[in-house]
Design a protein around this ligand. Structure first.
Ligand code: HEC
Length: 334
């Protein structure tokens, strides 16, 4: 509809232009001899003008909307993290393939370092079983904390030791308490942190290991914040938390800053998608089954079509040509 009406109006504009041109031509024919010249100038002015207008519109649009417009400077966005070859990110590897110990170590770093400020509210003890610890270890860990019971007959809520179905407790009663303890900044829940930040694991590893000894010359670090080039805005309320030998790993892996950062990042990635290993395994099964089914269906198709595909229809017309019929019949004797 729109296209048609646009075409129609364009045609009528053209007609008007032609009328104007011919009127000018007839009028000028009576007075001057340069009629043809005047007509051609008037005829071309409209299409040239329209073309220039259209080209200008496109150019202006490309200038306004075609460029990448950033609301922030690169410093405000934060330094882009290096890409690291995470083992578990490979399509044929799981968290467990070589990193089973890494998850366990990462959970230890979380508990001993991060848990004093960050909650991990989406992880129940039961999900640690079989991945990070045994049932007994997880039960013992759950029992270290107290949880509310259901209201009893008098409506009182009592305390009971934790069970496997309970979720890891947070360090603060509520967000206000968390802010009050951290200079007004809220330490975010880490359950989905790997998914929630651009760069995922690379970002978190870079953030944890990226605190320089001194802020670079000229950098403005507001009071109470710490300089970290990877954090958007570069001023982060969390100070550097990982230092060499801060924790003691039970498997005697040297606890360097980068080792702890790697382990806790991998653990947080597991926390954000505990189903990743199962998903990859399921993917392999799907590939195995569908490739057998594909091969089978190709074979069945060829089997069913064999008689049609290998059929040959030959038509030998009777020879009626007067010349050909006079030729001697071919014999086998030579
Ligand atoms: C002393 C308290 C404290 C400890 C310990 C701590 N953090 Fe934080 N963390 C914070 C605060 C406060 C923020 C909010 C920073 C901000 O918004 O400026 C934060 C923010 C973060 C962020 C989010 C950054 C972003 O892009 O928004 C991540 C990721 C993080 N912490 C990871 C960790 C990890 C992993 C550990 C343990 C190795 C840890 N933190 C230990 C206080 C802490």
């Amino acid at each position: 509809m729109l296209a048609r009406s646009v075409l129609r109006s364009a045609r009528s504009v053209g007609a008007t232009a032609r009328n104007v041109a011919s009127k000018t031509a007839s009028r000028s024919a009576s007075t001057t001899s340069s009629a043809a010249e005047g007509a051609s100038w008037k005829t071309n002015a409209l299409p040239i003008g329209a073309t220039a207008f259209a080209a200008g519109t496109v150019a202006w649009y490309a200038y306004v909307a075609g460029r990448d417009v950033d609301a922030m400077t690169p410093a405000e966005e934060g330094l882009h993290p290096t890409q690291y070859p995470w083992e578990h990110a490979k399509w044929n590897k799981t968290f467990d393939s070589q990193a089973h110990g890494s998850l366990r170590r990462g959970f230890q770093v979380y508990r001993e370092v991060c848990a004093s400020c960050h909650s991990l509210s989406r992880i129940p003890y039961r999900s640690l079983v079989g991945k990070i610890m045994t049932v007994d270890e997880a039960k013992a860990l759950a029992e270290e904390n107290e949880y509310d019971t259901e209201p009893n007959d008098e409506g009182e809520i009592e305390k009971r030791p934790g069970k496997l179905s309970d979720y890891l407790p947070g360090p603060y009663k509520n967000d206000e308490a968390a802010r009050a303890a951290n200079n007004g900044a809220l330490p975010p829940d880490l359950s989905l942190m790997v998914k929630a930040r651009h760069g995922g694991c690379d970002y978190i590893f870079s953030l944890l290991t990226g605190y320089p000894e001194e802020p670079p010359a000229g950098a403005v670090v507001p009071e109470g914040l710490n300089f970290n080039p990877y954090f958007p805005g570069t001023g982060i309320a969390m100070a550097r938390v990982l230092y060499d030998d801060l924790v003691e790993y039970e498997d005697e892996t040297p606890a360097t800053t980068s080792q702890m950062a790697k382990d806790v990042t991998e653990f947080l990635n597991w926390a954000a998608e505990p189903e990743a290993d199962d998903r990859k395994k399921m993917g392999w099964k799907v590939l195995a089954v569908t490739s057998v089914l594909t091969a089978l269906s190709i074979w069945v198709k060829r089997y069913k079509w064999a008689s049609v595909k290998s059929r040959k229809l030959v038509y030998n017309p009777p020879i009626k040509s007067p010349i050909l019929s006079k030729l001697p019949k071919p014999t086998n004797k030579s």
